[in-house]
Design a protein around this ligand. Structure first.
Ligand SMILES: [Zn+2]
Length: 135
């Protein structure tokens, strides 16, 4: 039997992030002390260490900063998808998101939007980037 793809477990600091994904919203944190933005969520600001973080909602648009083509995923469950693209997206709000890129073609600086796709039996939604010029 094939091992299923891992399903994100929402705990502590990441609960709010995954709850928003389930509603097809991408959220990020902004530091009240230094205005730095970040995701995935942490208990404190990665830039200054302050714990005064507020949640903001992203419009879901950005550009590909870098990407890699994955020919061997972390488990056999990823085999039907291979090769697939794993990228870092520079979001318009200033934070960076590591995510899969749909389709088999990407270029640096390619404009993308964030979509959500279900993973696992419970339908947990995970963010995925897709090209804005492909449809
Ligand atoms: Zn800060």
């Amino acid at each position: 039997m094939m091992t299923p793809k891992p399903i994100p477990i929402a705990t502590g600091d990441t609960q709010e992030f995954w709850n928003a994904c389930d509603e097809e919203r991408l959220v990020y944190q902004q530091c009240s002390a230094c205005d730095a933005v970040q995701t995935f969520p942490r208990a404190s600001c990665a830039a200054c260490g302050d714990s005064a973080l507020t949640w903001k909602e992203s419009a879901g648009f950005g550009t590909v900063l870098s990407f890699t083509e994955v020919h061997r995923g972390p488990s056999l469950a990823f085999k039907p998808d291979q090769p697939y693209l794993l990228g870092i997206v520079q979001m318009n709000e200033g934070f960076r998101l590591m995510t899969n890129i749909r389709g088999c073609a990407a270029t640096v600086d390619m404009p993308v939007r964030i979509a959500f796709e279900p993973r696992g039996d419970q339908g947990r939604l995970v963010p995925v980037a897709e090209s804005m010029t492909s449809d």
